[in-house]
Design a protein around this ligand. Structure first.
Ligand SMILES: Nc1ncnc2c1ncn2[C@@H]1O[C@H](COP(=O)(O)OP(=O)(O)O)[C@@H](O)[C@H]1O
Ligand SMILES: [Mg+2]
Length: 470
């Protein structure tokens, strides 16, 4: 079974127009993406800049270490370029480049630990501002040990980072606003075609069911929706047309007997009628009333079947019994017409699970038709049909007109000759089919190759379902 759609209580957000909801959701996601991208960019750029600075510091340190090893550290103070210092044991500052004079690049304890291993101080406050410092041990030409410290100012790096931050803070919201406006417009454009379709659908259901929605050229969801709605309209129109035809056919069918009835009664009321004349008029009137009540009964059964409310009382039935009993009912009527009715010796012995009264009514209808429209012997038989048992009624008459065969089960459908004869209303086979369908079975009609009609209903076999054929 398909899950039933159960509406949930809606939040306030869900009462906003779709267009606004889409835009808000879109803007939310966009803001998260932009913020994420901004943070990522910021972190990435900063670590790139730090890596560049570190590479420069390593190079600078290597140069100083080389000078120290060559025994010419004094040249350091005269070169002037860059920030570099030498520390002796105990953290004493031994030597500074000109740019580094005035402040220590390392504290005493930092200098002490740099004797053991290279140290990187990410931020060190100098008189000239923040700097990044690299310190490492080095050997002098005379075999002594010193610490080399080199530093790079962070001013440029911080400046660049500040710039980037400002850019992100301005461009991000700007991009967000632009994207939201674009999203709002886009949602509007998408919904315009839906709104157009809704308006069109409203006009169609109000006025003329034969109109259809225009399917947009693009092969998208909206076009699919239009096609689906058109298919729904097709079915709706077909149903409405069929219902209207049934109603008008039914009124028509009722009018004829009513007219006859009125004429009979009016005639009987004129002057002084003799007893036998009155009796004949009443008999004729009674016949018309019976005809009308049969029609009303049939229509009621069909209406119930349509709503799936045909009361059924299914129970196991021997098909042989069903056929024998039906033949018994009809035998007298057949003999009057000089016809015979037999149950075939080939009928299979089987049981169906069906409502006895409805089944009998269906078979009676088929026999009445065979008597009315067929000729020769009427044969009742039963055959296996998989999980079903088929109850057949055949005759030796002209059979159905080929063009009529596929409409034979429609309501009020009558073959050409039958419509003229004034007998029957065209509901007989509809009823047969309704009964079969209500049992989960089917009804079929065909012309036998050897001549005559073969009409049958297939009813579910009683007991556990059998697989395979006869
Ligand atoms: N055994 C048959 N042989 C030939 N035509 C048949 C036979 N049974 C039914 N028909 C055709 O099918 C039509 C519909 O049958 P049915 O629904 O029973 O309506 P009705 O009997 O009221 O005319 C009949 O009018 C007739 O033309
Ligand atoms: Mg009939």
């Amino acid at each position: 079974m398909r899950a039933r759609y159960r509406p949930r209580p809606l939040s306030r957000f869900h009462h906003l127009p779709v267009r606004v909801r889409l835009t808000v959701a879109f803007a939310g996601v966009m803001a998260a993406v932009l913020a994420g991208a901004g943070v990522f960019l910021f972190v990435q750029v900063r670590s790139d800049l730090d890596a560049q600075i570190d590479a420069a510091l390593r190079l600078q340190a290597a140069n100083v270490v080389k000078l120290v090893a060559q025994g010419s550290p004094r040249t350091l103070s005269s070169t002037g370029g860059g920030l570099a210092q030498l520390y002796g044991t105990g953290g004493d500052l031994l030597l500074s480049t000109r740019a580094a004079r005035g402040s220590r690049l390392l504290t005493r304890s930092e200098a002490a630990s740099a004797f053991d291993s290279r140290q990187l101080i990410e931020q060190h406050t100098l008189a000239s501002g923040l700097a990044r410092v690299l310190a490492l041990p080095a050997a002098t030409a005379t075999g002594g040990r010193v610490v080399v410290a080199v530093a790079a100012s962070l001013r440029l790096r911080d400046h660049e980072i500040d710039n980037l931050q400002r850019l992100l803070l301005i461009a991000g919201p700007f991009a967000l606003v632009l994207a939201s406006i674009a999203g709002y417009e886009l949602a509007g454009a998408a919904l315009r075609s839906v709104e157009g379709m809704r308006a069109q659908a409203e006009r169609i259901t109000e006025h003329d069911l034969s109109e259809r929605l225009t399917v947009p050229e693009a092969d998208d969801e909206v076009a699919a929706l239009a096609r689906t709605l058109n298919a729904v309209l097709d079915r709706l129109e077909a149903t409405v047309v069929r219902e209207r035809r049934v109603v008008s056919d039914a009124s028509h069918e009722l009018r004829t007997p009513l007219t006859t009835l009125r004429a009979e009664i009016d005639l009987a009321l004129i002057g002084d009628r003799e007893q036998p004349e009155l009796r004949a008029a009443l008999e004729s009137a009674s016949e018309e009333v019976r005809r009308m009540s049969r029609l009303a009964d049939d229509l009621l059964v069909l209406a119930r079947a349509d709503q799936g409310r045909l009361p059924l009382n299914p129970r196991p039935l021997e098909v042989a019994d069903v056929l024998e009993r039906a033949a018994g009912h009809a035998r007298a009527a057949a003999e009057v017409r000089g016809r015979s009715i037999v149950v075939s010796a080939l009928a299979v012995r089987a049981r169906v699970r069906a409502d006895p009264d409805r089944t009998a009514q269906a078979i009676d209808n088929l026999i009445t038709n065979a008597l009315r429209y067929g000729r020769g012997t009427i044969i009742l038989t039963a055959r296996n049909g998989g999980d079903m048992v088929e109850l057949h009624v055949t005759d030796e008459g002209p059979g159905f007109q080929d063009s009529f065969l596929e409409r034979a089960f429609e309501r009020f459908a009558r073959g050409e000759g039958a419509a003229l004869s004034g007998q029957g209303s065209g509901l007989g086979l509809s009823l047969v089919q309704a009964v079969a369908l209500a049992h989960g079975g089917r009804a079929h009609a065909r012309n036998r190759p050897e001549g005559g009609a073969d009409v049958w209903i297939a009813l579910p076999r009683d007991g556990p379902a059998r697989s395979g054929g006869p």
